[in-house]
Design a protein around this ligand. Structure first.
Ligand code: SF4
Ligand code: SF4
Ligand code: SF4
Length: 296
């Protein structure tokens, strides 16, 4: 007789998850960065009608699930979905489907191409094994719509502002609007040669671009820009906000290299079913940073 786990394990690996109702499964579909074409949506609707109960469930991570599919229909459902290029999502202790906000393509606040990065992360990491589930999210700016710091890996668009005295009208608005209270007005000079300057506390600055977007004189300009990389965020029973691994990663290649190292670090030190963030708390953030950042 075949052991039940031997039947279930390969099915689970392909995004088909057993429901509490005997012999029924739900199919988790892959929508990288939350994107599907209209044709794919039509195909999903057809499969839900034909093999499910005519309803799809939208997950919290931009995924679509077709529930109530009988075990005997799983393969047929998968074949129909494949025709429209709809792939299975991930489940178990693996890198899950990459989540992303619209980013600079359509959002006026976005400073990075979130979709491009999500697709690249998908190509490099999707479905790779890890000690526990491993989630990644890409968010275009500090508004953090995809909650990058609740994921094992979070990528957030970041800019470093620079102040230019020539076009500043000294209105003081940037001091008022900076969400991190990182901007300060300083005065210098004497004997009628009073001068002023606006400066930033770089430690407090969250690289959000509010100053560069709202300065009426365009005195705040974008200096360096790139990505803030977070590690070790999780929700679930024991939530943990992610730690900043590097505040400003300037190149895409470095970003992917660091994420690869982070995943490797989790594989090397993580215990069975231990989330990356809980592993970080157990062995210490300094050790983890040292291991991942090395010479970076
Ligand atoms: S995180 Fe920023 S770029 Fe992304 S959708 Fe939200 S506001 Fe727009
Ligand atoms: S908002 Fe712009 S113009 Fe106004 S004080 Fe700040 S830098 Fe100067
Ligand atoms: S980037 Fe954001 S946090 Fe930094 S100084 Fe400008 S407004 Fe403040």
């Amino acid at each position: 007789m075949v052991e039940p786990e031997l039947v279930v394990a390969p099915v689970n690996r392909e995004g088909m998850i057993r429901q509490k109702q005997h012999d029924y499964y739900f199919i988790r579909l892959k929508a990288v960065a939350g994107d599907l074409t209209a044709t794919q949506m039509a195909c999903i609707a057809l499969v839900a009608e034909r093999y499910g109960r005519g309803v799809v469930h939208l997950s919290t991570r931009q995924g679509i699930e077709i529930h109530h599919v009988h075990h005997d229909n799983l393969e047929d459902a998968r074949r129909v979905l494949q025709v429209a290029g709809v792939q299975m999502g991930a489940s178990g202790t693996r890198v899950r489907v990459i989540v992303a906000c619209p980013g600079e393509a359509t959002c006026k606040f976005g400073s990075i191409d979130t979709k491009k990065i999500a697709k690249e992360l998908d190509t490099r990491f999707f479905n790779q094994e890890a000690p526990s589930k491993f989630k990644m999210a890409v968010t275009g700016c500090a508004n953090n719509c995809t909650k990058a710091n609740e994921n094992d890996i979070g990528v957030r668009g970041a800019i470093e502002p620079e102040w230019t005295s020539t076009s500043c009208c000294d209105c003081g608005l940037c001091v008022k609007f900076c969400p991190a209270k990182a901007i300060e007005r300083r005065e210098s000079g004497s004997n009628g040669t009073r001068e002023f300057a606006y400066t930033i506390d770089r430690e407090s600055c969250i690289n959000c671009s509010v100053c560069t977007q709202h300065c009426p004189g365009e005195a705040w300009v974008v200096g360096r820009q790139g990505y803030t990389l977070f590690i070790g965020g999780t929700m679930g029973k024991i939530p943990r906000f992610a730690s900043v691994l590097k505040k400003l990663v300037e190149s895409e290649e470095e970003l992917y290299e660091l994420i690869q190292k982070a995943l490797t670090c989790h594989r090397q030190h993580g215990q069975k079913k231990e989330r990356f963030g809980h592993m970080i708390d157990r062995i210490g953030i300094d050790k983890v940073k040292e291991e991942i950042l090395g010479g970076n």
